[in-house]
Write a protein that binds this ligand. Sequence first.
Ligand SMILES: NC(=O)c1ccc[n+]([C@@H]2O[C@H](COP(=O)([O-])OP(=O)(O)OC[C@H]3O[C@@H](n4cnc5c(N)ncnc54)[C@H](OP(=O)(O)O)[C@@H]3O)[C@@H](O)[C@H]2O)c1
Length: 255
Amino acid sequence: MATTRALEGRTAIVTGASRGIGRAIALLFADAGADVVLVARTQSTLDDVFEQVSRSGGRAVAVAADLGLPETPADVAARALSEFGRIDVLVNNAGGNSFMVPLADMRFSGWEKTMRLNLDSTVRMIQAVLPTMTEQASGSIINVSSVTGLRGSPLMSHYGAAKAAVISLTQSLAIELGTTGVRANALVPGWIATDLTDFLRDDEGLEHSLLDRVPMKRWGRPQEIAEGALFLAGDASSFMTGQSLILDGGLSVNP
Ligand SMILES: NC(=O)c1ccc[n+]([C@@H]2O[C@H](COP(=O)([O-])OP(=O)(O)OC[C@H]3O[C@@H](n4cnc5c(N)ncnc54)[C@H](OP(=O)(O)O)[C@@H]3O)[C@@H](O)[C@H]2O)c1
């Protein structure tokens, strides 16, 4: 629950807004006063979020589209402008990983699919909103990375590489945007309980070994990541750009 209307009058695009972390971000942003553009592939789950925002008196638009397609980001930005007239926040949250395999055995098609979703769509969304944000001389871009991008991720080298690239991209972008009024930061979750990680909770041994390395010994909640996104989106983080906000129960500092 947002305690202030920190995003009143602002428009936020949230990709992957139908479930998990993106859904929590979209609902918290709406609660903080933002008009939200909800993007994901599945119309029915997007509609649920849309209705929840509308019931609480917020404004939203649901765009059912595949971010794996190169034309989607420009369509999303155009829809945001036609509905709300401005774009203040972009959360590049859609992403994930659907397989684990040693790099030596990985099919290149799997590598490309992971890069398309986690990295290419992020780049294309940024390029789609930047003309508007620089013209407005204000904006906040939030790229969702992962602790897997902070160090080696055996069996998930594809996903880790994509998420590490997201951090580097964010740093470069922040420098390039410097004095434009547009900021870019990465949001770096640890292990969060969402559909994406269901398969890990289904395997008790695997779950135990994962949580054993987390100093707080528990899964994070989507809401806990959304609170970080709200901080990065609003004026509370006005002097912060190019940084990574790590929300991981201490995992990344455990040697
Ligand atoms: N959960 C974790 O432990 C964790 C940890 C670190 C980082 N992250 C990152 O956090 C982000 C969100 O993860 P999550 O756990 O919330 O995932 P999730 O529960 O699987 O939700 C993913 C969201 O992205 C959408 N999406 C997936 N593929 C898409 C595509 N091609 N085009 C458009 N939308 C697409 C999904 O909706 P549709 O399927 O309907 O398209 C859904 O709304 C991801 O970038 C993930 O890598 C997650």
